[in-house]
Design a protein around this ligand. Structure first.
Ligand code: SAM
Length: 176
């Protein structure tokens, strides 16, 4: 799989280091966690970390790769989230999940990601960049437009930055 990686997303790592991110006493969640590299990074920063994926095979491989991990890996669907996760996380990490989905249900996926952020919490998102008005029509992955990245805003979640970064990616940060 092209997203099979053992290191955290370089865009995430760069941002976390620039912020001096430290998670002790805070809850983090990794959406569509795949094989767990970003979740392990969050846990290493001290976050009490949940990581979920709709694919049981992804969750199983993530657990097998990280025996004894502090991460709470779960099989769950971004489009049908457990009630107790809504507004429950100080840091929400979304890397390449929304762009993996056709539209529909891409807009519902954006709403799902947003719904996880606690009051005072932060959403950090990375996606392939489309420089056009709309998301790419071919995929997956469907490169996302600036407007789509901006659409994580809502329900009190406000953009801190939506920045074009190298390798044709967006780095986007929001606070509630
Ligand atoms: C392109 S992969 C990215 C994985 C990981 N975030 C990374 O960057 O390596 C997209 C992931 O989203 C997961 N996914 C797709 N739809 C989902 C949904 N509705 N709920 C949760 N995970 C989903 C897929 O199973 C897959 O692991």
């Amino acid at each position: 799989m092209p997203w099979d990686r053992t290191d955290p997303s370089p865009v995430l790592r760069q941002w976390a280091e620039s912020q001096g991110l430290e998670g002790r006493g805070r809850r983090g969640v990794v959406v569509g966690c795949g094989l767990g590299a970003d979740a392990e990074y969050l846990a290493a920063l001290g976050f009490d970390t949940v990581a979920f994926d709709v694919a049981p095979t992804a969750v199983r491989v993530a657990q097998d790769r990280h025996p004894g991990s502090a991460v709470d890996y779960r099989v769950a669907d971004l489009l049908d989230l457990p009630e107790e996760w809504l507004g429950a996380f100080d840091l929400v990490i979304e890397v390449y999940t929304v762009q993996a989905l056709p539209d529909p249900p891409r807009s519902d996926a954006v709403r799902g990601v947003r719904s996880l952020v606690a009051p005072g919490g932060t959403l950090f998102a990375v996606a392939f960049r489309s420089d056009g008005e709309s998301d790419a029509t071919t995929g997956p992955p469907f490169a996302l437009s600036r407007g789509r990245m901006q659409s994580f805003e809502g329900d009190g979640l406000e953009a801190v930055e939506v920045t074009a970064v190298e390798d044709e990616r967006w780095r986007a940060v929001f606070r509630r």
